[in-house]
Design a protein around this ligand. Structure first.
Ligand SMILES: [Zn+2]
Ligand SMILES: [Zn+2]
Length: 307
């Protein structure tokens, strides 16, 4: 199995001279099995270039499977620009957590309403189907075994552990650490004001994430903030590389990939983040890589001690 990053940025796209090397497109990762089957995780603006590549490679209309972490703009905005959707005979299956809307179809249909986009979802030549995922309930998609994991983000999001070809990796974005409740509503009290029930449910959520990541080779994690930025915006629903390292260490993961970079972080800042956390991770026995647009990573076998 291997993964390729088509968008690594959080919140909104940031094209321009300051983001040329790490890239300015938002969240989208392509997964390939050894037999060449494809899965797409998140549909941010990086999905547009991925769609063009898939279309160039295809000899006939394909079935595409798209796992969404949640439906914030930076995770769905590439979908209307996914060129295979405009080829008759194409089938696109969307998997997501039901969050703010009654039906997933309403959300995806909503972004292509005539006020926002010239072609409605019903008019698009491809056929769409929608699947609601639930944390802890595994699904099989072709050769991929997919396990959704609940994350702590405003109105909820899910991470995915993906096993295939005897190896596994996990996509953990978007999430805050587990010291304040974000997944039920947007703005809640800080850690000092948490009820006992809240503390228990947050602890359970973190435990379930760590259990879900056990034995995983590579973890892609929402590390939007540096520690000093996190202090100012703890309610935004994102983590720091240090918080991601804590989770990966507890789950005995071999490799952490920093992801969902803040749009304000320039290439020069990202170089420093990459170098600093490569060193900090090495001290804790974890290889820390920093994702950039176009990066392809082979996923290794599970570490022997965790299997
Ligand atoms: Zn995001
Ligand atoms: Zn989000």
């Amino acid at each position: 199995m291997q993964i390729t990053f088509w968008g690594v940025r959080g919140s909104y796209p940031v094209p321009g001279a300051a983001t040329v090397r790490y890239g300015g497109q938002t969240s989208c990762v392509e997964v390939r099995s050894a037999s060449g089957e494809c899965l797409i995780v998140d549909a941010g603006t990086g999905m547009r270039a991925l769609g063009n590549k898939l279309l160039r490679e295809a000899t006939a209309p394909q079935n595409h499977h798209v796992l969404l972490s949640h439906v914030h703009w930076d995770h769905i905005q590439g979908l209307p620009f996914f060129s295979p959707a405009y080829i008759a005979g194409t089938k696109i299956s969307i998997y997501a957590l039901l969050t703010a809307a009654d039906e997933l179809q309403q959300v995806i249909g909503g972004i292509t309403r005539q006020e926002f986009f010239p072609m409605s979802l019903e008019a698009v030549p491809a056929t769409f189907d929608f699947h609601e995922v639930a944390p802890g309930v595994g699904i099989d998609i072709g050769p991929f075994q997919v396990m959704p994991i609940a994350l702590n983000h405003p109105f909820g999001s899910v991470g995915y552990r993906i096993d295939c070809d005897g190896s596994s990796w996990a996509y953990v974005s978007d999430t805050a650490p587990f010291d304040r409740v974000l997944h039920k509503q947007h703005f809640l009290p800080g850690p000092e004001e948490l009820s006992e029930d809240d503390k228990t449910s947050l602890g359970d959520m973190r435990d379930a994430l760590i259990r879900g990541l056990k034995g995983v080779d590579t973890v892609i994690y929402d590390t939007h903030f540096l520690p000093e930025e996190y202090e100012r915006f703890p309610h935004y629903g994102h983590s720091t590389p240090d918080q991601a390292l804590d989770v990966c260490e507890a789950a005995h993961c071999r490799r952490l990939v920093l992801y969902h970079h803040a749009p304000s972080h320039t290439d020069d800042q990202m170089d420093k983040v990459a170098a600093d956390y490569l060193e900090l991770g090495a001290k804790r026995g974890i290889e820390v890589l920093t994702s950039f647009e176009g990066m392809t990573l082979p996923i290794g076998p599970a570490p022997a001690e965790a299997s």
